[in-house]
Each structure stands twice: as C-alpha cells, then as structure tokens.
Design a protein around this ligand. Structure first.
Ligand code: ADP
Ligand code: MG
Length: 638
C-alpha cells in the first residue's frame, strides 16, 4: 500500500455528516432541487456536501471517497445547475473506466435533469457502432459521458469538439489507472480547453493519480471521505470456512436462512461458472440469472433491470460484469469464490449497503484461502466474522414459516370457493380426510423447493465434482502440492501458445494474435491494452504480452475469445487504423532480427497496470516479462 493510501485509511474515523446541510443550502438551482425531491434524496451525502459548493464555485477538485458514497450526484448536480441549456454543445465531459459506468452515469444525469427541458446527455463507449455515435454526436449534447479510448478516437476524427467544454470529470481515477487508460486520459486532458474546470475522483491516491492531479488540476480543493465510509461500515461481513458440505449446499442454506434477504449478487471467478451456478440455483427454485462479459450489453442491462424491479432475486456474476452495479435492493453479496485481492473484495461488497441501507457480505474461504482472508481484513481494517452455517433444522423452520405465511395470506386474500369445492370432490372421490388432502396439496406446492432439507451424505470429493458437473479441479486447486499452477511457459510443442491465469489463478491458454498497427503508426502498448480492454470488454489482466513491430504488433489473448469479441476487435480502431485482429498463424515473428532494423520488438513489457499484474503472492504474472520459468513452480517440480 502506498503511503498516500495508508494515510487515507488512517486519517480518522468515518466522517459522516449529520443531516444539517440541505441540498438547497448548497446553492443548487431550483429545477435540480425539484428533481432531487422527485428521486427522493433527502439530504446530501458527505462527499456531496463537500464537493457541490466547490464545483459550483468553478474551482478544481480532488475528491476521494469509496464506492457507494454518492460521487455521481456530487459532480452531476453542480454541472447541471450551471448548464446553459440553450447551447447544445458539450459543456461537460465525464470520463469513466467502463461502458457500464458510462451508461449508469449518463442515466443519473438524465434523472437529475428531469426538469431541464431539452437537456441531452450522451454516453459514448467502445463496442458501440461508430455510425450510431456519429449520428448522436451530430445531433448535439450538453454532457458527454464516455470511456477514454472512444472519446479519444472521436476527438482525433474531429467528430467530437470540446471547444466549448467548461467542466471535465475523471470518475474512478484509480480504476482508470488499473485498466491502463491513464495515458489516454492525459491525452484527452491535453486536448481540452485549458481554462476548463477539472474534477478528479478516486477511491485511493496511487502515485500516478497524484501526478495527474498535480499536472492537470489548478490549485484544487481536496474533499475526502476518510477511513471506513458508510459503505463498508454498514456491511456485516462474515466468512464460512469451506469444509464438509459442498459450497452449493452451503449457499442454499444461507440463502434460505438469512432473514433480511431481499436480493443477492453471487461472485464467481469465471464466465462459465456464472452460467453453471445460475443453472443449478434455478433448478433449485431460485429466480436467478448469470451476468458475465460474454453477454452483450443489452442482455446485461436486462438482467440488471430485472434485478432492480424484483423480477430476479439473484445474479451470479464475475467481477468485471458486476463492476459499478447499483441496485439498492441487493441485501447480500456472496463471495462464492474468494476474490483476487482486497481491492476486488471491496468493489464486490460495495454492491450492497447502497444508499445507506444495511447489507451483508459472506465470503466462502477454503482452508488454504484463509491467508487471503486475513489480507483482506488487514486492508479493509475490519474483522470478517466467522459464520456458523445455519443448521438443517433452522433452514427447515424458516422455510416452514414462510410457507405458513403464504398459506395464511391466501386464506385471507384469495377467493377460494372454486378450490374448496374441488377439495370436497376429492374428499368423496378419494375417501380421504380434508387434512390428508390438504397434506397432499402442501406436498405438491413445495415440491419444487422442498420444505425439509435433506442432508446429503458426505461424498467422496471425486463424486461430488462429478455430481455438480464440475471438472475436477487440477491438483493445485485441491490444495495438494502446488500453490500455483506450474507455469508452462511457451513450450516448444505449442508454438505461439502461452499460459496465463484467469482471476482464480486457473491456467488460461493464451494465443498470439496479430494486429495491423505498429510502431510506424505511433502506437504504444498502452493504446493497445486500452483499445482491447475497452472495445472488447476484456479485463486487462487477460491481455498478455505485447510486441510492437514496425508495421504490425502481436498481442497475447485468451485462445477462446468469443466470436462476438473477435468481431469487435477485428473492427476496432487504434491510431486511425483498424486492428484486423487475427490469430498470428504465420511464422513466429522474428525475435532476434537478422540484421534488419525493422523488426525489433518493443521489449514485450506490459505497461500501466501494475497491481493486477501480480498474483496475490506478490509474484508477477507470467507474461509480464521473460522471467525464469522456475519462479512459478513454487514447490512444483520445475
Ligand atoms: P459512488 O459513485 O460513490 O459509488 P453513486 O453515485 O453510484 O456512488 O451512488 C450510490 C447510490 O446512492 C445510488 O443509488 C444513488 O442514487 C444513491 N444516492 C446518492 N446520493 C444520495 C442522497 N443524497 N440520498 C440518497 N441516496 C443517494
Ligand atoms: Mg461512481
């Protein structure tokens, strides 16, 4: 942890302001106050109380606060308050690290601008067709919310003019840094009017962000919400040590026995597992859906909408797909698979306890994962309590009482005449007592989700994996011998293949792809990471080694990219050139140029995303540079 970060965490108790300030006190315009009344915000959150006056006064701002503290309104409200509606050119630009966030922030603007007739906000992000965006840009907008790569493209093509820009907001600065966008961000900062107002928001202040603040903010006011914020404080955190019971059984027990349960988001580590677990929960009678990066934007939005409206109670998601989701009714976050690092954990649990509500976060940790759990505790400075799994009896009791409630409600609210005569018919036809018939009906009513929990006999582990349709994890996963998968490196028998890791540390087979942009076009590795991460919606950690050549470059990516992602990446643009991403089938690019000067690789290093390039043992990921293979063998045979 950097000094500034620990400083941030240490500097005092949660500053949660008492409800003395009102939105009107902050100087917001009447139509905005009206909209706030409509959405039902009563008082400003502390980051809002701190930032709004600064931004209204036209000063630069450095805002530090964790997720869920209300940063969006902190910048959106003053921007809207000062807007010149008659002038339909971009007056504010908000940069966000992901398209989900771009959409969410744009939606928030639209909500707060409900009483500003003719107001127009436009989200601009990678992966969406240029045609649509060009049309929308031509139509004009007051506020643009976008991801850095795509905004840069439009500025270069001059399809977006920021000549009239008054305010520029960088949302989630640390996340931008982690995703490798900081260069793009600086480029944009350099291509906007110097007299603009700039606001930078970040949960932490890593060195690179501090530098951006120093270089691009003009005597900024600093507003920080320190230490444990409401978000984390309001969340009950506990863990269940995986033992005996299968995780799936433990999960359903928890889902059934938690009394304050409203909706849950369950985190797993791979796209595949989101589908698998969602299917299994569905088979057990839960209303559940998967949410992952393979789904297109519309499908993902639909899932989030349904979760919001109560059409779904559970979403099984990957970290990337769930980033930034804001659904206040999420009462539980379940870390079915332990997160990759403490930061990911904080992002995950921030999906609950939204808007001042209570939330519960439950972490499943295998014995060998307890070290990670302690790391998380240290980083968040909060104990994670040991959760005793509810007993079978407790779950049965709870299901029975819910069942009784449903019956009682039907008895009082439904018109039962038709059904009563049905029971009478059964009584004579079957010569059964009404009790017996009612019992049969109760049985039928609960068959999908039995009231009585039956303990599964302890299986041999092998059978258990088979039963749940899971491939038996490799040995290092089962805690035997290796802690990490042995790094296979680029082996002679798999030319062009590399082995990386997904966020669980599972091996992901990487393949080398070739793209039609090289050093001659002025491209940098960061441009490539940015474009692929943003356009292809790939987490940056799955973007491997990049080598720049004169006319083209190579990049290592997972070998099982979806058709959709391939398509998007084929047609993505960097430095005004289409990537034409294709597997690098040809002869391996000359590693050691034979006398020519043209083909010297850049050096193959990765840039810009340091934290994610390390596993949680602090070891660099294999593709970072040419490390000796043995380094990942940790107790392995290499
Ligand atoms: P952040 O960007 O800090 O993670 P968001 O801007 O996404 O936080 O806000 C988190 C949630 O809090 C959203 O659901 C938002 O509607 C809600 N919210 C923001 N400000 C207020 C407020 N003053 N009163 C009540 N709810 C608020
Ligand atoms: Mg935010």
């Amino acid at each position: 942890m950097s000094e500034s970060e620990s400083e941030l965490m240490e500097s005092g108790e949660a500053v949660i302001e008492s409800a003395t300030v009102s939105f009107a006190d902050l100087g917001l315009s009447p139509p905005i106050l009206q909209a706030l009344a409509d959405v039902g915000y009563e008082t400003p959150s502390s980051i809002q109380a701190g930032c709004i006056p600064v931004l209204l006064a036209g000063k630069d701002l450095l805002g530090m606060a964790q997720t869920g503290t209300g940063k969006t309104a902190a910048f959106a409200l003053p921007i809207l308050s000062k807007l010149h509606l008659e002038n339909a050119t971009p007056q504010a630009l908000v940069l966000t690290p992901t398209r989900e966030l771009a959409i969410q922030v744009a939606e928030a603007f639209a909500r707060y601008a409900k009483h500003l007739p003719g107001f127009h906000v436009l989200p601009i992000y990678g992966g969406q067709s240029y045609g649509i965006q060009l049309k929308q840009l031509a139509r004009g907008a007051h506020v643009i919310v976008g991801t850095p790569g795509r905004i840069m493209d439009h500025l270069e093509r001059e399809s977006l003019s920021l000549a009239g820009l008054k305010t520029l907001v960088l949302d989630e600065g640390d996340e931008m840094l982690r995703m490798g966008f900081i260069d793009d961000v600086e480029w944009i900062l350099e291509h906007t009017p110097a007299e603009r107002q700039t606001a930078l928001f970040s949960a932490t202040l890593p060195e690179a962000i501090r530098r951006v603040a120093q270089n691009y903010l003009l005597t900024p006011e600093e507003v920080s919400i320190k230490a444990a914020t409401q978000t984390v404080a309001a969340i009950r955190q506990c863990y269940w040590q995986v033992s005996g019971l299968h995780k799936l059984d433990a999960l359903t027990r928890i889902l059934d026995a938690e009394s304050e349960f409203d909706a849950a988001i369950i985190f797993v580590r791979t796209k595949l597992l989101t589908e698998e677990l969602a299917n299994k929960l569905e088979a057990r009678g839960y209303s559940v859906a998967a949410l992952n990066g393979d789904m297109n934007q519309q499908a993902r939005e639909r899932v989030i909408e349904q979760l919001k409206s109560g059409g779904l109670d559970i979403v099984v998601a990957t970290d990337v797909a769930a980033r930034g989701i804001d659904v206040p009714r999420i009462s539980h976050v379940i870390n079915y698979d332990i997160p990759y690092d403490a930061e990911a954990y904080v992002h995950r649990i921030g999906r609950t306890g939204r808007a001042g509500r209570a939330g519960t976060a439950i972490l499943f940790a295998a014995p060998r994962e307890m070290r990670m759990l302690r790391t998380i505790e240290r980083a968040t400075r909060q104990p994670i309590e040991h959760l005793i799994l509810p007993t079978q009896q407790a779950v049965t009791d709870r299901r029975v009482s819910l069942f009784k409630e449903r019956v009682a409600q039907a008895l009082t609210t439904e018109d039962l005449d038709f059904f009563e005569s049905l029971v009478s018919e059964l009584e004579t036809e079957q010569e059964a007592t009404p009790e017996r018939i009612a019992a049969a009906l109760a049985f039928l009513a609960q068959r999908e989700r039995p009231l009585r929990l039956e303990e599964k006999p302890q299986h041999a582990k092998k059978r258990e994996y088979a039963e749940y349709g899971l491939p038996r994890p490799p040995r290092y996963e089962r805690g035997e011998r290796h802690e990490r998968p042995p790094y296979r490196g680029r082996s002679a028998s798999f030319p062009g293949e590399d082995v990386g890791e997904d966020d669980r540390g599972n091996a992901v087979v990487m393949t080398r792809y070739r793209i039609d942009v090289g050093r001659a076009h002025g491209v940098s590795p960061k441009d490539i990471v940015g474009a692929i991460a943003n356009e292809g919606n790939l987490p940056s950690r799955l973007i491997g080694r990049i080598d720049l050549y004169e006319e083209y470059s190579t990049v290592d990516l997972p070998n099982d990219l979806s058709k959709e992602t391939m398509q998007i990446l084929r047609s993505a643009w960097v430095r005004r050139r289409q990537l034409n991403l294709a597997p690098d089938n040809g002869a391996p690019p000359p590693r050691r140029p034979s006398g020519g000067r043209a083909h010297k690789p850049y050096g193959g290093e990765r840039f810009g995303i340091p934290p994610r390039d390390e596993d949680f043992h602090g070891n660099p990921k294999p593709w970072r540079s040419e490390r000796p293979v043995g380094r990942f063998g940790r107790g392995g045979k290499k």
